[in-house]
Design a protein around this ligand. Structure first.
Ligand code: ZN
Length: 198
């Protein structure tokens, strides 16, 4: 088990559409364990495989530390969003774009289908923060970042900040004083979730 290096914007892997996972084998289990370690070390609440340099459709999340509506450590392989409804606007951040948060419009309720780490099909329904994390991590698997979902005005302001930071430091580094990884948000924004296994 190991803490992996989190790829930061503008790493090109963050812009690639990730490939379907074909084999749920020992190598994948090791990667999942490392991703969980990396998620906790960050600390974050969600982490997609492209963020650790693997362009495959896999993400992990853990909202169990949240004060209300927490959701336990979960692994989703080849996930698909099968239902979306309602709309929420909440502040989002990303482990790959440190120290930038913005309000993003997302579906408020969602159902997602995928495989768990044993390869069993699962369907998870969630709302609030869980729904938002699912959408954020799904975006990573499609080469999309939360800044793509902002108005062009806001995006331009952020892009200017990012370009400046990349120029001055040779890359993005993390300010240790702030905690808002994929995709930390105030606990008051959490709502319930239920999962259906089959
Ligand atoms: Zn992210």
């Amino acid at each position: 088990m190991a803490v992996l290096n989190i790829r930061k914007y503008p790493d090109p892997i963050l812009r690639q559409k990730a490939f379907l996972v074909k084999d749920i084998d020992g190598e994948l289990q090791l990667l999942i364990d490392d991703m969980v370690d990396t998620l906790y070390a960050a600390p974050g609440i969600g982490l997609a495989a492209p963020q650790v340099g693997r362009s495959i459709r896999l993400f992990v999340l853990d909202l169990s530390g949240r004060e209300e509506g927490g959701y336990p450590l979960s692994v989703l392989i080849n996930p698909e969003i099968i239902h979306m409804e309602d709309e929420i606007r909440v502040e989002e951040g990303c482990l790959s774009i440190p120290d930038i948060t913005e309000v993003v419009k997302r579906a408020g309720k969602i159902a997602i289908k995928g495989l768990d780490r044993e390869g069993k099909e699962i369907i998870i329904e969630g709302e609030g923060t869980l729904a938002r994390v699912f959408q954020h991590e799904m975006d990573h698997l499609n080469g999309k970042l939360f800044i793509d979902r902002l108005s062009s005005l806001k995006r331009n302001i952020i892009m200017r900040r990012l370009r400046k930071r990349i120029r001055s430091s040779g890359g993005l580094s993390r300010d240790e004083d702030t905690i808002h990884g994929d995709t930390g948000v105030r606990p008051s924004e959490l709502r319930g979730a239920k999962s259906v296994r089959r």
